[in-house]
Design a protein around this ligand. Structure first.
Ligand code: NAI
Length: 449
């Protein structure tokens, strides 16, 4: 069969590409090797973890509700019910994607695709040709060469979603985004959690003050952190790790979660056969998501160092516009990021540390959420919002925050950064009161005089 576009992989890059191209009137084939569309995001990542985190938050708030006048008597957490709710959320969204593919007349084939020529994809022995091919094959959990990771009680971020009983003692290897989200989930429902992180602070790349506050708040929920510790081996009883001085600690655990990054799925696809440039397993693309081979584009985790669902979707849209002869390009300066812990962390644009590392002179405006009415009334705990502005021009370069409610603000922060708002303009905006969002305006005023 012949198509305008063949999309390989039906995650948030692939299915969005298929939808956009279908809406444009293109004849599209979408190939997926798993049973369900939606990719890691919908099946083992963003969606199921957020559904579970919502259950954990509800349980935690109910069992710590005394100060809100809520009795904590008889509050208990039922993992099976939480898993069933997660499944229901996933099923609804899976159906939604199927519906979209139908609406836009996208043909869906389940099977493993392989490029056999620049314009030809093979799936289950059948060959399909297209004017354009878009590779959206995603990523999988990285498996470091640490002895013991094949033991049955060691899980990756996908396998841990199939637990049928809560662990008693969980050790999380890697205090990155996945590690802290799962640490938050399990600690909130009463599991003893310890996180072993190689770097001196959790969530490298996140504003360090926000990361510290997140760590302190998770510690208050009972999570124990081993910072600057490298895992050397895992046995049936314990996770062994050493600090910078070489002192070894053995932390007992019945379940281990490994989340030390993700590996792009670019092997076995035939990319090298057709001459696509792949470096360190990552497909190399330009700002329009074109590979070096005319007719082949790539989007999402297989072609981006920032492995986020929304980045994949945006890359896919850029690629489809390029395929359709329209102009668009990826802009990387204000990509929003969220960590869905309690408290949440969100940020867009440059952090203070990144600006300094790039030699960009900045002013930083901060607002402590302990002085925000809505935050105090609804969330409490520690929280902070900080804006990073160019020292000379006052242009907004980044906004970062930690605390209840920040995840729903980060899209606005991104828009302000993209629109190159200046300090003066931040002070001229009207924010709704009382909302946590006012913290940005309050922060701006601290340096606007
Ligand atoms: P990550 O790169 O965020 O964190 C991995 C952590 O493991 C780092 O802190 C690193 O220093 C540490 N580490 C590496 N080797 C280690 C070792 N031997 N011992 C101890 N610590 C070690 O990777 P993660 O958490 O696996 O997430 C993968 C990707 O998925 C990321 O790109 C992330 O952005 C994305 N993701 C995003 C989410 C969100 O936006 N809310 C949620 C989940 C994942």
């Amino acid at each position: 069969m012949s198509y305008d576009l063949i999309v390989i992989g039906a995650g948030p890059a692939g299915y969005v590409a298929a939808e956009r191209a279908g809406a444009h009137g293109k004849k599209v084939l979408l190939v997926e090797r798993e049973e369900h569309l939606g990719g890691v995001c919908l099946n083992w990542g963003c969606v199921p973890t957020k559904a579970l985190l919502a259950c954990a938050k509800t349980y935690y708030n109910a069992s710590h509700g005394a100060a809100y006048g809520v009795s904590a008597d008889n509050v208990r957490f039922d993992l099976a019910v939480a898993m069933a709710r997660k499944q229901k959320v996933q099923d609804g969204l899976r159906q939604g994607i199927r519906g979209l593919m139908k609406k836009f007349k996208v043909e869906v084939v389940l099977g493993t695709a392989k490029l056999v020529a620049k314009d030809t994809v093979e799936v289950g022995g059948a060959r399909h040709q297209a004017k354009a091919i878009l590779v959206c094959t995603g990523s999988r959990p990285a498996k470091p060469p640490i002895p013991g990771l094949d033991l049955p009680h060691v899980k990756d971020s996908s396998a841990i979603l199939s637990l049928t009983a809560l662990p008693k003692r969980l050790v999380v290897i890697g205090g990155g985004v996945i590690g802290v989200e799962f640490a938050c989930f399990f600690a909130s429902v009463g599991v003893a959690v310890e996180v072993v992180e190689l770097m001196p602070e959790i969530t490298p790349g996140i504003d360090t003050e926000c990361a510290r506050i997140l760590r302190e708040e998770l510690a208050a929920k009972g999570v124990k952190f081993h910072l600057g510790h490298k895992v050397t081996k895992v046995t049936a009883e314990a996770v062994h790790h050493v600090d910078a001085a070489g002192v070894e600690t053995a932390t007992a655990s019945d379940t281990v979660l490994v989340c030390i990054g993700r590996t792009p799925n670019t092997d076995g696809l035939g990319l090298e056969t057709v001459g696509v440039d792949v470096k360190n397993r990552l497909v190399q693309v330009d700002e329009r998501c074109r590979t070096n081979v005319p007719g082949i584009w790539a989007a999402g985790d297989c072609a981006s160092r920032i492995m986020l669902a929304h980045v994949g979707s945006r890359m896919a849209e850029v690629a489809v516009r390029d395929i359709c002869g329209e102009s668009d390009r990826m802009r990387w300066s204000a990509i929003p990021g969220v960590i869905y812990t309690s408290p949440e962390v969100a940020g867009a644009g440059l952090t203070e540390e990144a600006a300094k590392a790039q030699g960009i002179p900045v002013r930083v405006a901060k607002w402590n959420l302990a002085a925000n009415g809505r935050f105090l009334a609804e969330f409490g705990g520690k929280g902070l919002v900080k804006a990073v502005l160019h020292e000379k021009t006052g242009v907004l370069l980044g906004v970062h925050g930690v605390g209840g409610g920040v995840s729903e603000q980060v899209a606005a922060w991104s828009a302000m950064i993209e629109a190159e708002f200046r300090l003066r303009e931040l002070t001229e905006l009207v924010f709704p009161h009382p909302t946590v969002s006012e913290a940005l305006r309050d922060a701006a005023w601290t340096i606007a005089h």
